[in-house]
Design a protein around this ligand. Structure first.
Ligand code: UDP
Ligand code: MN
Length: 374
């Protein structure tokens, strides 16, 4: 009896020890995975910016680190502590149940898509088949070459900017200048800019913008840096002035209210945008941030619902894909940076995941497989 009892105790003790060991092993693994993920995220942000820095952001921003000039050095100097940075205000998001500040509809929004001729087939056709097909009336495509096929699909909504097809600071600013002028002409209430590797959820965009009167000064988007960019403004007479401002990264998309856009006119309309961009020698999206934050003193309202491929897209929650406003896709160190969703199509069939997102949002689309629980 005593022996049986003793062996039972020994057995339970052994069992408890094994359970503890398994638990400890699991916890340490889990922590390591989390650490790895955190590291990956910061690397994606940093390296993408570094590669931009090496290629084209050559001379506008604060350089100098260990005598190494240029953006790479500048960006590597940035720490990742968001908390102490002077953060922009947070958008109330699309999920709030508060009554809208203004009852707007899709037609009140002007969505500008920036593209270039070489991406018409490889990137733009996917957008036309997916989100643009549901937002034809408010979407305008800004490109740099004639394309009859594109004209047949979207008519006068494709605009040949006649800007250079290069991926240079000047060429990108040239396109942004035309986007701005066309928006002013359109008389619509909101200007939104996206790249040709963005998916736009029109419904959540309307919901977010309804939170604000379009006559108020609003600049909404997501910064890709964790603190304001430090640039140098050229004042003429060889004088320079340091300027710090937040900007919404163009690759995630951003929106500007008509009220604010009109105030930007002296620095953004006609040929002024190019001159302003030259003053700080930074790309188009930074120039927008400079005009709004530095010149006009209007702070960026941050929204976590905009996404560029400079962030780790795996971190967009699977169950919240339908709540996002913009999504993107890209490559990072030869690996796909895409959202993690099961969806209607496999990654091979739908590498950007945009077709799967589209079928989730609009299951009645003829080419979407019959509705199944994804
Ligand atoms: N783009 C352009 N001209 C070019 C290359 C790119 O107008 O010569 C546009 C492109 O269509 C996209 C945006 O610039 O809308 C960003 O390009 P990409 O996604 O290739 O680069 P990223 O800056 O995101 O790394
Ligand atoms: Mn891109």
């Amino acid at each position: 009896m005593l022996k049986t009892y003793g062996s039972k105790v020994a057995l339970s003790l052994a069992g408890a020890t094994v359970t503890c060991l398994v638990l400890l092993l699991f916890l340490s693994q889990h922590q390591r995975i989390q650490m790895d993920e955190m590291q990956n995220e910061s690397e994606i942000g940093l390296r993408s910016l570094q590669s931009l820095g090496e290629s084209e952001l050559d001379d506008g921003a604060q350089p100098e680190q260990n005598g190494k000039k240029g953006f790479s050095a500048y960006f590597s100097k940035l720490t990742r502590s968001r908390r102490d940075a002077d953060k922009p205000t947070e958008a109330s998001g699309a999920a709030t149940d508060a009554p809208p500040a203004e009852d707007i509809s899709a037609e009140d929004i002007f969505i500008a898509v920036k593209t270039t001729k070489k991406f018409h087939r490889s990137r733009l056709d996917l957008l036309l088949d997916t989100w643009i097909s549901r937002n034809m009336q408010q979407t305008y495509i800004f490109t740099d070459g004639e394309d009859e096929e594109l004209k047949k699909k979207i008519g006068s909504h494709v605009i040949n900017t006649n800007c250079s097809a290069a991926h240079s600071r000047q060429a990108l600013s040239c396109k942004m200048a035309v986007e701005y002028d066309k928006f002013i002409e359109s008389r619509k209430k909101w200007f939104c800019h996206v790249d040709d590797d963005n998916y736009v959820n029109g419904k959540t965009l309307v919901k977010l913008l309804s939170n604000y009167p379009h006559t108020q000064d609003m600049y909404i988007g997501k910064p890709s840096l964790d603190r304001p960019i430090e640039a140098t403004e050229r004042l003429g007479d060889n004088k320079m002035r340091p300027v710090n401002f937040w900007f919404a990264t163009g690759g995630a998309g951003f929106c500007i209210s008509r009220g604010l856009a009109l105030k930007m006119s002296p620095w953004a309309s006609g040929g002024h945008f190019m001159n302003t961009a030259e003053k700080i020698r930074l790309p188009d999206d930074c120039t927008i941030g400079y005009i709004i934050e530095s010149v006009l003193g209007v702070p960026l309202t941050r929204s976590s619902l905009f996404h560029s491929h400079l962030e780790n897209l795996q971190q967009v929650s699977k169950s919240e894909v339908h709540k996002q406003i913009t999504l993107s896709y890209g490559m990072f160190e030869n690996k796909r940076n895409i959202i993690n969703m099961k969806g209607a199509f496999s990654v091979e069939e739908d590498p950007s995941r945009f077709k799967s997102v589209h079928c989730l949002l609009y299951p009645d689309t003829p080419w979407c497989p019959p509705q199944v629980a994804y």
